[in-house]
Design a protein around this ligand. Structure first.
Ligand code: BGC
Length: 374
């Protein structure tokens, strides 16, 4: 037994000491039109994967993953230049805050005090408001190569920014290991009681460079229930069983098989899938939430999360007017977003998992994306 433990330890030392270690490299990523410089950090492992994270929005700007034949392609949507993320915002790969998803009518109260946020999605507030964390340039705190290549980015949000109380200190830590796991951890502390819901908004298209839409992707969601919404995509408060509905992904289903099932009002409201699933198991523990596979490229992504919920969104609002990195138009159904967090509009639903953070508490939201190809 002792020998076995020693064996594992020396293998780890060998991996770290050899060329196998994953690397982190810092580089310039151009500038915004007002001259603000943007930087990027690229994490690369020996298995052919690399993740580029830029300081604008602490965003996953590109994610290169080999397919079953070893061909490397970019599996996330986005733009080539930082400025495009501001002029044509679609939340491609960004860190979303302070409140990912919607707050009904931009209103909530905390300890008897009413707060009003800007409404930027019909009658509601979406993704932290007009200048959320996705539109801020984050600081690079540390960059490290090793068994886990890692970058820590931070942002300090002033008390009252975008209408939210408390000064919020946030970090986003991305790391990549030799097992082709990309891990992302959001942490935050506040100076006053506040609400928050940080997430990452990557648009995955496992065909690589947006070669095909995602309708033929097989999706599994480890969730027996989801939260239905009204016509403005605000949860009604119900927790509905997925059994017998187009929302049942407990076993793998092709995305396109039931997405046009207009008999289900929820499909009509979402224009497809745009719903929060209640992830099975105990929130706060890292547990499997989703699997996405592309049968053509052979790429599979397995996602584990600590959050209570995950928003499953199939790019329903993309209309072919955005031209991304691959020089291709991004159209409805071209990507899958899986956004772990508390439920949408939680500050207005006392029986939803709380979005409240008090001074002295530490907020953590961890998500792990593991890639394989066969
Ligand atoms: C929301 C969609 C929204 C999209 C914006 C998703 O998180 O659920 O309704 O259109 O973000 O990119």
């Amino acid at each position: 037994m002792k020998g076995a433990i020693l064996g594992i330890a020396s293998a780890a030392v060998l991996t770290m000491g050899s060329a196998q270690a994953a690397t982190a490299t810092r580089s310039a990523f151009g500038a915004l039109s007002d001259g603000t410089k943007v930087e990027a950090v690229t994490l690369t492992n020996g298995a052919g994967m690399s993740a580029k994270i830029m300081t604008l929005g602490a965003a996953l700007q590109s994610l290169i993953v080999p397919d079953k034949a070893g061909r490397k392609d970019d599996v996330v949507l986005g733009y080539d230049t930082a400025q495009e993320y501001l002029t044509r915002p679609n939340y491609f790969g960004v860190s979303v805050g302070r409140y990912a998803n919607r707050i009904a009518k931009g209103k909530f109260s905390l300890d008897g005090k009413a707060y009003t946020l800007a409404t930027n999605d019909g009658p509601n507030s979406l993704h932290g408001g007009p200048r959320g964390f996705d539109k801020r340039v984050w600081r690079i705190d540390s960059v490290a190569s090793g068994a886990d290549a890692k970058v820590v980015m931070s942002y300090v949000s002033a008390d009252g920014e975008e209408g939210f109380p408390g000064e919020l200190k946030v970090t986003a830590t991305y790391s990549l290991n030799e097992q082709s796991e990309l891990r992302l951890e959001y942490r935050a502390t506040t100076s006053k009681p506040t609400v928050l819901n940080l997430t990452n908004h990557s648009y995955f298209n496992l065909s690589g460079n947006n070669a095909r839409d995602v309708m033929g992707n097989l999706v599994t969601l480890h969730a027996a229930r989801y939260t239905p919404v009204d016509a403005t995509l605000i949860p009604t408060g119900e927790r509905r069983a997925v059994a017998g509905t187009p929302f049942d992904f407990r076993n793998p289903h092709r995305v396109g098989d039931r997405i046009r099932d207009a008999k289900d009002q929820q499909i009509r409201f979402g224009r497809g899938y745009d719903h929060n699933y209640i992830v099975d198991g105990a929130a706060g523990t890292l547990r499997p939430a989703a699997v996405v596979s592309d049968p053509v490229s052979g790429r599979t992504m397995e996602m584990s999360v600590t959050a209570p919920g995950i928003q499953f969104y199939t790019g329903n609002f993309m209309d072919g007017t955005f031209f991304g990195k691959s020089g291709r138009a991004y159209r409805q159904g071209d990507a899958i977003c899986l956004e772990p967090g508390v439920f949408p509009d939680s500050p207005n639903h006392a029986d939803f998992p709380t979005a409240r953070l008090n001074p002295g508490q530490g907020y953590v939201n961890t998500m792990v994306y593991k890639f394989t190809a066969k």
